[in-house]
Ligand binder design. Structure first.
Ligand code: DMJ
Length: 587
């Protein structure tokens, strides 16, 4: 009997040892195959999958995102309050700490209250902008201050009359809601920050924290992404205040519904409440190339900083699809594309309205993710080659412009919007997308096109460029209005950074002076109905005037470190001039 009891005890002990050994081994194996990917490390491939220093293409990254067992559904995604910005050392094994214990801050409610207790700083001391860096020379200092004064004039007019509404109509002193998202506030946040306007930033941030709600309303997927999502993300990038990322994630989740189509190409309008999407009838049910291809920076950045790869996956899939299609001209993409069939539905090619920023984002997604993805670099360089071969044309007075192509035939006009192209080319050269003689060629194209953009202003009676010009064969005004657009000063700013030729600062100053003379009125700034005669005013202060036009001018007279465009702290502007910090997907 005693022998049997002793035998049973020995057997139980042996079994216990065996089970605990098995459990230990099994947990270790699970950790190896199911790594915790910290939110701040999205896109940084850790050594559990790749040896440090291994180059990883976005195709591999996307593959990993598809197969990673930690891939999250919306409900499983890491709560914003768990986000930790601390860098993780590559060589340090990831600690088996569950995500919830990684937080440094007390958890904040995941949803903002409609009324009641404000959720302002989520446990943090509110951040204040610093005074902008002082230019070396007195002329630039005075000009920098003049631009800041212009911004304050615009902001105060909006603040006094329309704070919380989308836009101010400064002639009639009315306000309008287009997206119903406090558009001018969100679009202005980072300009306010960069200009060091402490009180304005605090008020704008508090409004975002307490009052910004995404209503059940159909809105433009593209405009909401570039202005509101982009504005929130850059405010987060500069200030690191979690409230901006919390709001951005909420908005990103709602906007993501636009990608729910048979091909994954997003539709142009989405209801932020019902999450229903549709395309307007005037496109014949098609989406626009500029709209499907100008959201990738914002969605990739959102993935990087929330740890949820789905935003990047959905948006980058669009580029894979576009890359796979046969184009009528290599590197050039017609502007209408059907989100059901995935095919182009017209043959119009333009670097102007409805085409423009798609090309810009091919370059910028390459820069934003550390200049490692060869697919996007190739797509960008093919587009520049196509542009040079098929669109670049010289007028009778020797001005270079980018014509449109309609069913293979050149249309000799150029939108003000096209002036983003010299800025894009200069940014590519600054960031080394081309080298040697090809870099010289890209820079020369940038200079030539920038000169045309400047002449659109210099040859106009008011000194302000028109909405578009014709070339028959010399340049003349086509559509005479001016909407306070930024693209020409964007080109001037990027050419200044690329060349350091002081002529760009002088040209920019003349353009700003003309805007001051004709667009500044007692109650803010307004566009013009006719740039031949500044008397006829429009009645709208576009939010991009505060987000872009005045920011580019401010940076033109500021030292480079006000906003570096290359190097370890490089920022990349989204197409609404919202700066986002770049990261390296492979390091
Ligand atoms: C802005 O919203 C953006 O720059 C966009 O890419 C083009 N249109 C306006 C400014 O003109």
């Amino acid at each position: 009997m005693i022998t049997r009891v002793l035998g049973a005890i020995v057997a139980i002990m042996a079994l216990t040892i065996l089970v605990s050994f098995w459990l230990t081994q099994n947990r270790g194996a699970h950790q190896t195959h199911s790594p915790f990917v910290p939110p701040s490390e999205f896109g940084v491939i850790k050594s559990q999958h790749h040896h440090p220093g291994t180059r990883v293409s976005y195709a591999q990254l996307k593959e990993m995102m598809n197969t990673n067992p930690r891939r999250q559904t919306e409900d499983e995604s890491i709560p914003i309050d768990d986000i930790n910005d601390e860098p993780i050392d590559d060589d340090t094994p990831a600690p088996p700490t569950p995500p919830r214990q990684r937080q440094r801050q007390p958890p904040a409610p995941r949803d903002q209250p409609k009324t009641g207790t404000p959720v302002l700083y989520e446990g943090k001391v509110p951040q204040k902008p610093r005074a902008p860096p002082r230019p070396d020379d007195e002329v630039s200092r005075q000009r920098q201050l003049a631009v800041i004064d212009g911004f304050k004039h615009a902001w105060r007019a909006y603040d006094a009359r329309c704070f919380g509404k989308d836009e101010l109509h400064p002639v009639s002193n009315r306000c309008s809601d287009w997206l119903s998202q406090g558009l001018t506030i969100v679009d202005s946040l980072d300009t306010i920050w960069l200009m060091g306007l402490t009180d304005e930033f605090a008020k704008a941030r508090d409004w975002v924290a307490n009052s910004l709600q995404f209503q059940s309303k159909g809105v433009s997927f593209f405009e909401t992404t570039i202005r509101v999502l982009g504005g929130l993300l850059s405010a987060y990038d500069l200030s690191r205040e979690q409230v901006f990322l919390t709001k951005a994630k909420d908005l990103g989740d709602r906007l993501s519904a636009a990608f729910e189509t048979p091909t994954g190409l997003p539709r142009g309008e989405v209801n932020l409440g019902t999450r229903h999407s549709n395309n307007p009838s005037w496109t014949g049910g098609a989406s626009l190339i500029a709209e499907v291809g100008t959201v990738q920076l914002e969605f990739a950045y959102l993935s990087k900083h929330t740890g949820d790869p789905s935003y990047a996956q959905k948006s980058l899939k669009v580029y894979d699809h576009l890359d796979s299609l046969t184009k009528p001209r290599k590197g050039l993409y017609p502007i209408y594309i059907d989100p059901n069939s995935g095919q182009f539905t017209n043959q119009k090619i333009t670097f102007g309205a409805m085409g423009d920023s798609f090309y810009e984002y091919l370059l910028k997604i390459w820069i934003l993710t550390g200049k490692k993805n060869d697919q996007y670099k190739r797509m960008y360089l093919e587009s520049v080659d196509g542009m040079r071969e098929h669109l670049l044309t010289k007028s009778s007075e020797g001005l270079w412009y980018l014509a449109d192509l309609e069913n293979g035939h050149k249309q000799h006009k150029m939108d003000h919007l096209v002036c983003f192209a010299p800025a894009m080319l200069a940014l590519g050269v600054i960031n080394g997308v081309v080298e040697g003689a090809e870099a010289e060629r890209h820079l020369q194209m940038a200079k030539d096109l920038c000169e045309t953009c400047y002449q659109m202003y210099a040859t106009s009676p008011t000194g302000i460029g028109a909405e578009y010009v014709n070339f028959n064969p010399s340049m003349s005004i086509g559509a005479a209005e001016y909407h306070l657009r930024p693209e020409a000063v964007e080109a001037i700013f990027l050419l200044w950074r690329a060349t350091k030729d002081n002529k760009y600062r002088e040209q920019g100053w003349k353009m700003f002076q003309a805007i001051e003379q004709h667009c500044r009125i007692g109650n803010g700034y307004t566009g013009l109905s006719n740039v031949r005669n500044g008397a006829a005013k429009q009645d709208k202060m576009e939010s991009f005037f505060l987000a872009e036009t005045l920011k580019y001018l401010f940076l033109l007279y500021s030292p480079d470190d006000a906003l570096p465009l290359d190097g370890p702290n490089a920022k990349v502007f989204n197409t609404e001039c919202h700066p986002l910090g770049a990261w390296d997907i492979t390091s």
